[in-house]
Ligand binder design. Structure first.
Ligand code: ADP
Ligand code: ADP
Ligand code: MG
Length: 667
């Protein structure tokens, strides 16, 4: 076994590989771009080597620099993760030429599967069922259109070099063929530098079922059962599971055998995945699956297969790469329980799943474990405070659950997603949660069109209830605090001597602006007028961000998080974040003219920058008020002379308090 390896990747997969390496006593070397100098994978590694600026073309795709880093650090092998250089045969050859081991298949196997058309032709020769279609060299539009007619519509055009759902066009009618072909060619050229396309039969109501395989270069090849990845959006996987729902034993073994045949045909070693498109219009059949492509690497969704087999695939990869034979045989393997994986991304779902960026100011995952039975596993490459930058994949985490049955595992997935809290970036958590509760999905009726069919309901986020708004108002006004300190102000939070202790706050939710009025009744009880009604509630801090909310006839718990410019309520498994339009900034712009400065929110007078009798110019800073842990400067509303300063440094004031007055203008 290796003593030291370099991981030529970043993010969750780099961290995941290091976890196994560490368990096996292998030292790890990370590589990083300037954008990742403080990244989690760099921290986790025993040592780390800078490879360049943030752009992937100048860092994570620079094979030579990565190989040099490996040699310099004395690593014996390079694990490529997925993406980046993982399926680049020239890189594999360069690694080997440098006297290092590539943790993956031989370059020849990657090449054989590198282009979808050649791979299909090869598989057809090896007796693996392939989707009917044209996979040849000819590319003139007339010829391809004639082939499409022969295949019969609908057809799918695919860029042969495509991946990640790119370069693909579904064509329903002959009249649409030409423009679709041009589109696929353009995308193939732009994304992969290769415009060539293949045409295949579009399987209606398809399921995507893939088989995990392993080879060892000692003549052994096994499969580790299937994953169903039919929950897709625009041909990209969203939630994966293993095993596949309603998979008959005979179909499982036929697909497993076909995948092993595929692996043997190219002398495969290491981890790989053979993807099949499957007729999902009825029960699965032995003659109802067709080879789509082979991914010659560890796949994003490999953890669900690890869960049901109890094997660590990175360990297997490392053992095979170091020359060992596979430690398991086909007949040793069996399926234990059910597993799901959901991909949590920083993305704006309502805006069409646009990738998002931001600093993860607050990040909580449910208690995570390795892939034991009945467990939740979180694979993540980010920590609280880390940045989701525009440079790389906006993945935040993979949430993986393993339960005894499909129903139990799916419940665990819902609960685990509810346990994830993120602020600082929008995420797809709510969408994933809705998907995990989708009736058809719960029944196992999956196909690649499910998400698109029900997109509107899956994307429609729940509107915050009045109780949530009331809590947000209390949180935004910082009225819910642990009353543990000796400071009487802390203990009296939410309680005032004066009778009319009303406070106002605006909450921003998207384009919506919600006004709330809070009345403190003492002892942590309030009434909140919001959204056309009144909520009476008591709030008891539970430590951390947790609060117990006492409503009229029931109690519930929630997390309430106050950050400088926003407040978040985590309740009912949902996360509601509201912007707090800076009341003060508004006051500043509103207070153009006028004779006075009035406290626009409760706070502490930090600094007094003027005195009675002083001449001031409009906009001069006169007072600094500290509110909600932020300082706000209050400017002179107009040119004039200060008549009176009514507060002193250290005074605690409520909103509406008169702080300073100017001499009347015509005096
Ligand atoms: P998989 O086929 O392993 O499930 P996907 O098809 O969802 O992966 O991902 C699309 C492609 O994008 C993958 O083939 C992978 O090469 C690439 N990719 C995804 N995430 C990352 C990442 N964090 N870093 C680099 N490449 C990535
Ligand atoms: P990629 O390289 O982008 O992963 P694939 O060839 O693996 O491309 O296909 C991605 C997805 O496109 C599949 O998971 C499936 O949803 C859809 N797809 C591919 N081929 C077909 C087909 N012949 N019929 C129907 N859907 C297909
Ligand atoms: Mg694919």
């Amino acid at each position: 076994m290796f003593k030291k390896i370099l991981i030529a990747n970043r993010g969750e997969i780099a961290c995941r590989v290091m976890t196994s390496a560490r368990r096996l006593g292998i030292k790890t070397v990370a590589v990083y771009s300037d954008a990742d100098a403080r990244a989690k994978h760099v921290d986790m590694a025993d040592e780390a080597v800078r490879i360049g600026p943030p752009a992937v073309a100048e860092s994570y795709l620079l094979g030579d620099r990565i190989i040099a880093a490996a040699r310099r650090s004395g690593a014996q092998a390079i694990h490529p993760g997925y993406g980046f250089l993982s399926e680049n045969p020239e890189f594999v050859e360069a690694v080997e030429a440098a006297g290092l081991v590539f943790v993956g298949p031989p370059a020849s196997a990657i090449r054989a599967m590198g282009l979808k058309d050649a791979a299909k032709a090869l598989m057809a020769r090896a007796g693996v069922p392939v989707v009917p279609g044209y996979h040849g060299e000819r590319q003139d539009a007339e010829f391809l259109a004639a082939e499409a007619d022969k295949i019969g519509y609908p057809v799918l055009i695919k860029a042969r070099a495509g991946g990640g759902g790119k370069g693909m066009r579904l064509v329903e009618r002959p009249a649409e063929f030409r423009s679709a072909l041009e589109g696929a060619q353009r995308e193939g050229q732009a994304s992969f530098g290769d415009p060539a396309c293949l045409i295949e039969k579009y399987v209606t109501q398809p399921r995507h079922i893939e088989i995990q395989v392993f080879g060892d270069g000692h003549g052994n090849a096994i499969h580790l059962f299937e994953r169903d990845c039919s929950l897709q959006r625009r041909h990209q996987k969203v939630i994966e599971e293993a095993p596949a729902p309603d998979m008959p034993a005979a179909v499982r073994s036929a697909m497993g055998q076909a995948a092993v045949d595929a692996a043997r045909a190219i002398g495969y070693s290491g981890a790989g995945t053979v993807e099949f498109i499957v007729d999902g219009s009825g029960p699965l059949r032995e003659d109802g699956f067709w080879f789509m492509e082979m991914n010659t690497r560890l796949q994003v969704e490999h953890p669900v297969s690890e869960a049901i087999t109890g094997l660590d695939f990175v360990e297997l990869q490392l053992r095979v790469a170091s020359g060992e034979a596979l430690p398991v045989r086909q007949e040793d393997l069996s399926i234990d329980g059910w597993a799901f994986e959901a991909r949590v991304y920083a993305e704006d779902v309502p805006k069409g799943f646009l990738p998002a960026t931001g600093r993860l100011d607050h990040l909580r995952f449910p208690e995570g474990a390795e892939f034991g039975p009945g467990s939740v596993r979180i694979d993540s490459g980010v920590r609280q405070g880390d940045e989701i930058s525009p440079w790389y994949d906006p993945m935040i985490a993979k949430v993986i659950v393993h339960g005894p049955t499909r129903a139990a595992a799916l419940n665990m997935l819902s609960t685990a997603l509810e346990g994830c809290q993120v602020t600082g970036s929008v995420t797809n958590l709510e969408f994933l949660g809705a998907l995990s509760r989708h009736d058809g999905f719960r029944r196992g009726e999956v196909d690649t069109g499910l998400i698109a069919r029900d997109l509107d309901t899956l994307v429609a986020g729940a509107a915050p209830s009045r109780n949530v708004l009331a809590l947000a108002a209390l949180g935004g006004l910082d009225l819910v605090r642990e009353r543990t300190g000796d400071d009487p102000w802390d203990r009296l939070a939410g309680w005032r001597h004066w009778t009319d202790a009303k406070q106002y706050i605006s909450l921003e939710a998207g384009d919506r602006r919600i006004e709330a009025q809070v009345t403190g009744l003492g002892k942590g009880r309030f009434t909140v007028d919001v959204d056309g009604g009144t909520v009476a509630l008591g709030v008891v801090p539970l430590g951390g961000n947790g609060v117990r909310v006492e409503l009229e006839d029931r109690q519930l718990t929630a997390d309430l998080l106050r950050e400088p410019a926003r407040v978040s309520v985590f309740s009912d498994g949902r996360c509601y974040t509201f912007g707090l339009p800076d009341a003060l900034a508004e006051a500043e712009t509103d207070q153009t003219g006028g004779d006075t400065i009035i406290a626009p929110m409760p706070g502490l007078v930090r600094t007094v920058l003027t005195e009675t009798g002083a001449a001031v110019t409009k906009g001069d800073p006169l007072l600094v008020l500290e509110a909600m842990k932020m300082e706000h400067t209050l400017p002179a509303p107009r040119d004039g002379v200060v008549a009176e300063v009514l507060v002193a440094v250290g005074d605690q004031v409520t909103d509406g308090t008169l702080l300073l007055a100017l001499e009347p203008e015509n005096a």
